[in-house]
Design a protein around this ligand. Structure first.
Ligand code: SF4
Length: 333
């Protein structure tokens, strides 16, 4: 099957690198991460805990705190390169160009301030010159977009259910109609029905403002239903990026294969097949390919030489020596 990639990406991440300098040593949390996403596209970012998914989101928002450091790479949204902006320029770009809905966002709503005031503050910190009534109209429109009644504007967080709070966080994220939305585990701690409603809300909002969406999570079932392509991370690297269909029907990277094989299905009748071994510590990464101690396809080269990112013939990206011969030349974005 031919993979369809967006010809004009709205988001281009190139060679992003993040390192944490700890008392125990140097941990490379993001290693040469490169991908792009078109307007209206949704990408799921999956991988075990510590694989770098949330670090990637924080790096794109330039919110990495010491002892972490962004050590290289660029993030373009349209013609704007975020890493080159001043602090004030980046502060303005957050929400207006790129919005981040962090893990547990719904617990970060201020308990003593009405929801409406929190929305108004978010707009005022980015937009100057609009009248109070125009700002309120914008906030009410954002609440309606996420299927919340306008009366939520006057309520406090404790008066809302978990699903309603999560939708308020999405409303804050879309107030300024950003071109890119990153949602980090947006449905964790919600029941299954509410999870689906929140995901449908993200989907609808994405269509309304034609944003590119990155969905970070562990739930492959949700990913299968809601994203267009899937990126798999391992030890700070993107190891495979493919359309959701290609990823679920024919994963190519051995780690992606193991992830998909570990999912329950009707054939394995409740017998779960885990991935052998543990994810490596970023402080002591194995030589060569970081997955080699767990990989059933490992060869001698895998222990010695770090695999490059291979763009292979069906348009997908695989970081593995098994595909070195299939790699095709791709002009960098
Ligand atoms: Fe396995 Fe080698 Fe590919 Fe790494 S590079 S995933 S060890 S085959």
């Amino acid at each position: 099957m031919t993979t369809t990639w967006s010809s004009q990406p709205v988001l281009r991440v190139q060679g992003l690198e993040v390192t944490y300098y700890t008392d125990l040593g140097r941990a490379k949390a993001l290693d040469d991460v490169t991908f792009s996403l078109g307007a209206g596209e949704k990408m799921g970012m999956v991988g075990e805990s510590g694989s770098g998914k949330s670090t990637l989101a924080l790096a794109m928002m330039r919110m990495i705190k010491p002892p972490g450091r962004i050590e290289g790479g660029t993030v373009h949204i349209g013609d704007t390169e975020l890493m080159g902006l001043t602090e004030e320029g980046m502060r303005k770009a957050r929400l207006s160009k790129i919005a981040y809905i962090p893990q547990g966002a719904m617990n970060s709503l201020n308990p003593v301030t009405r929801i409406g005031a929190q929305l108004v503050d978010a707009v005022k910190s980015h937009v100057s010159g609009d009248s109070n009534s125009a700002i309120k109209d914008r906030c009410l429109a954002a609440l309606r977009s996420v299927d919340l009644d306008e009366r939520v504007f006057n309520l406090y967080a404790h008066e809302l259910s978990g699903g309603m709070k999560q939708r308020v966080c999405i409303a804050i994220g879309i107030l300024l109609q950003p071109q890119v939305i990153i949602a980090d585990e947006p449905t964790s701690a919600l029941d299954v029905v509410t999870q689906r409603q929140v995901m449908e809300t993200i989907d609808r909002v994405k269509d309304e403002i034609n944003a590119a969406v990155i969905l970070i999570g562990h739930d492959m079932g949700l990913m299968a239903q809601f994203v267009d392509k899937v990126a798999v991370m391992y030890a700070g690297r993107l190891v495979e990026v493919a359309t959701v269909r290609d990823m679920f029907t024919n994963p190519r990277h051995p780690y992606a294969q193991a992830l998909i094989e570990s999912l329950p299905n009707l054939d394995n009748k409740g017998v779960f097949q885990g991935i052998p071994g543990l994810a490596p510590s970023l402080l002591r990464l194995p030589s060569g390919c970081a997955f080699h101690p767990r990989c059933t396809h490992a060869q001698d080269i895998c222990k010695q030489v770090r695999p490059e990112v291979n763009h292979i013939s069906d348009g997908r990206l695989v970081t593995c020596h098994l595909f070195d011969k299939e790699a095709v030349h791709v002009q960098s974005a």
